[in-house]
Ligand binder design. Sequence first.
Ligand code: GAR
Length: 180
Amino acid sequence: MKHNIAVLLSGNGSNLQAIIDKNIDVSFVVSNNPKALGLKIAQNANIPSYSWKNVLELEEEVLKLIIEYDIKLLVLAGYMRLLSQNFVNSLPSKFIVNVHPSLLPNYKGMNAIKQAIDDCAEYTGVTIHYVDEGMDSGSIIKQDSIKINKNDTVETLKARLQTMEHRLYSDIIKSILIKN
Ligand code: GAR
């Protein structure tokens, strides 16, 4: 099934791998980090991949690629830069989705998992949301929560949250693409 989605990432790319494993067709992958492991995952799956360190240049190039590849949905999968207002406003609303490791609006931005542990929160979770010009502020599509155990570290909690992300994100992406 041809979906025409593009993925932006900065790091390991485990969410990209989960998307690929669910047979969602990814047209291209872009990173602001030339050393991102996610770029290797794209290469191994024969998906065209690109990287620009300068994020404004990256955004300009991504806008061109979106037209070239006739992209229907832009998927942020661990893209750790705030998209510019100009970039977001150049695209239709509900065109960009993101996955964030907290129950938004709690613990926005970087180190969301550590923020939840430091706050002694009883629960945390995963949020899938549309991206607007703000930081992790777009409308929420789906959330799922888990209990934080007393002996949880950032690593143990991250592992459980990522297992949730890998299932949830692919399901949501599929359901958006079916509706479009
Ligand atoms: C994911 O856990 C995602 O929720 C988080 O980055 C990780 C990327 O992992 N995103 C954010 O914190 C966005 N604010 P991955 O590179 O293995 O998919």
